[in-house]
Design a protein around this ligand. Structure first.
Ligand code: ATP
Ligand code: MG
Length: 407
């Protein structure tokens, strides 16, 4: 009957035709729906099992669906942290012949959480700070790529755990625009919208008694602005120094690396007498540590996780007296002898609770606390058993938070 159904996708996904497109999304049968936490939205959004993975479906006007799909594809192409688009479905018709709205399909971002699911009953001010910091990094990264968001908010962002911090991803690109170069005015507007939305969202939490009524929500909104400005300044500022102080070039690059950015292109100029030099990063790419871990281990992890793993590989090298060996060789041994055994020690039924790199980060933390308490190093095998029994089994299953998501 649904001969009019059209699916626009970059890759062939025949299973998509098996979904009940003739039914409004909110009435889809329970068996197809994946119960995962979801943020607040105007449109109907559902997660659906499809051939061993989970997809997110949003019912939305046809034009907007295509626009958002194209925008997300472009963002993916330039390496922006955003959800990945899969398809647009149009020409949906109900059994009684009435038309239904189009649908935008994206891949569910594994292990991601909407901000409202990040706290069971209560948002700790400390957690709020971390969310804001992650969002400010995301905004800087998007702006560097020339993306104007137009609707920055906690609701339009997804968060992944990142070695005790958070990494933020864009989930809603409906209002976005890609520019060759983003004007300061557009950037300022995005920051302003972010600030206003964050304050509103946090006040909402306060009135719902999920955030302490004394928490400084305006301060948190301002924090985004401050964090953004500091990072933007670090990444784009012009440095001038005497031409005898060339080491300051390395210094600047090292500082950018430690913030997780690589310098793709650097503009240098000197004055007519040649006594002073100016430098300014022209192209900076996020993912300094991510790329190193990718090259060494093949794992694609978040930036802070990558930094953590890199340090662990280096201390494994030092402790093994292998300081003269190439990190590539050492990393392979570390993966087989250290990382994999630790992660595999976790019972299968608990493995889905955390991403392997985040799990490993927690294992390292736990071993550190145990060693400190014992006054000597405890073995990884021993502390891993303790972590599983005393922490992981009691960890709230983040998937179970679904019941608290309001729509
Ligand atoms: N690919 C995805 N992976 C994980 N979660 C997703 C994904 N797509 C959507 N979501 C969830 O659905 C929620 C709503 O999505 P989205 O913000 O795109 O809807 P919207 O109706 O356009 O929102 P708005 O009200 O801001 O216009 C998100 O906050 C997020 O929690
Ligand atoms: Mg939204």
């Amino acid at each position: 009957m649904s001969t009019s159904l059209r699916i626009t996708a970059a890759s062939v996904e025949p299973e998509l035709f098996d979904l009940p497109w003739h039914i409004p999304l909110k009435a889809w049968p329970k068996e197809t729906i994946a119960a995962l936490p979801r943020g607040i939205s105007r449109h109907i959004v559902r997660f659906v099992h499809l051939d061993g993975r989970v997809i997110a479906i949003k019912e939305i006007g046809e034009k907007v669906a295509h626009r958002e799909y194209d925008m997300l594809r472009n963002l993916g192409r330039i390496g922006a942290p955003a959800v990945a688009p899969l398809a647009v479905v149009t020409g949906r018709i109900r059994e009684d012949g009435k038309p239904l709205e189009a649908a935008l399909i994206t891949e569910h971002l594994a292990y991601s959480l909407p901000y409202r699911a990040l706290f069971g009953q209560w948002l700790k001010p400390e957690t709020a700070n971390r969310l804001i910091d992650a969002l400010s990094i995301l905004l800087v990264r998007l702006h560097l790529l020339g993306f104007y968001w137009g609707d920055v908010s906690l609701s339009n962002t997804l968060f992944r755990r990142d070695a005790g911090e958070f990494a933020a991803y864009l989930v809603d690109a409906e209002t976005g625009e890609l520019h060759e170069n983003l004007s300061p005015g557009k950037r300022a507007y995005d920051i302003d919208v972010a600030r206003t939305n964050i304050i509103g969202e946090l006040m909402d939490l306060q009135s719902g008694e999920m955030l302490d009524e004394d928490a400084d929500v305006v301060g948190l909104g301002n924090r985004l602005q401050e964090r953004y400005n500091t990072l933007w300044g670090e990444l784009t500022r012009v440095d001038s120094f005497a031409s005898t102080e060339r080491w300051r070039v390395d210094d600047r690059i090292n500082r950018l690396n430690s913030l997780g950015f690589d310098v793709g292109e650097l503009a240098m100029s000197s004055d007519s007498s040649g006594s002073s030099v100016s430098i300014q990063p022209k192209v900076v790419d996020a993912g300094h540590y991510n790329r190193q871990i990718m090259r060494l281990t093949g794992m694609n992890v978040e930036e802070n996780q990558a930094r953590r793993l890199l340090n662990d590989i280096k201390s494994y090298r030092a402790l093994g007296g292998r300081g003269d060996q190439d990190l590539t060789v050492v990393a392979r041994d570390w993966l087989v002898n250290i990382f994999q055994p630790a992660v595999n020690a976790v019972p299968v039924n608990l493995r889905g609770r955390l991403q392997p790199a985040e799990l490993y980060h927690e294992l390292l933390e736990h071993r550190w606390y145990m060693s400190e308490a014992a006054g000597h190093d405890v073995s990884m095998a021993y502390s891993t058993r303790s972590y599983i029994e005393s922490i992981l089994v009691h960890r709230p299953d983040e998937r179970a938070l679904l019941g608290q998501v309001t729509e």
